[in-house]
Write a protein that binds this ligand. Sequence first.
Ligand code: AKG
Ligand code: FE2
Length: 183
Amino acid sequence: MPQVFSAPAAFSPQDCAAITAMAAGAGLKHAGLVRGASSPDLRRAEIAWLDDMPGGAWVMDRLTGLMAEANRQTYGYDLTDFAESAQCACYRAETAGHFAWHSDIGAGALAAKRKLTLVVQLSDPASYDGGGLEIWPDSHVHHADRAQGTATVFPSFMLHRVTPLTAGMRWSLTLWAHGPAFR
Ligand SMILES: O=C(O)CCC(=O)C(=O)O
Ligand SMILES: [Fe+2]
């Protein structure tokens, strides 16, 4: 049975603050685009791509190292590359920011090749309410560790969601690892 992998304190609070500052500097755009149309029922968040953040190479180095470690310890998947930029997301209580149950594997050329999803909790859990990252690996829903800097890894086909923010703001950083599509 596939599992959820957790790396506590993968990033320090200072690292997390630096990443959110870079994301804000890169300019946030509304997310939740499905076939070119905004789909706020599915997702309400703003995003920025790590590839658009000058000086963000160290972040990608750390993320890829974490992904490799998770795959070595837990999954043993055939991974070939990181075909998409990591994505920083901001969910706000004012807009009830959320991401409804979904799988990260889609029909697009890149999304079809996603194998593992890694999500870093960039915010201090005392700074927001709601915004829980929940993953559904089996008959029980897994609540990802909310601690700032924790990295959570799971197979990209696994259903997961972010519950609506009810106070404050939550930042996350997501990276996908790619390989031959699951079959
Ligand atoms: O923000 C999160 O915690 C999850 C993001 C996510 O599921 C995604 O980008 O596909
Ligand atoms: Fe996702």
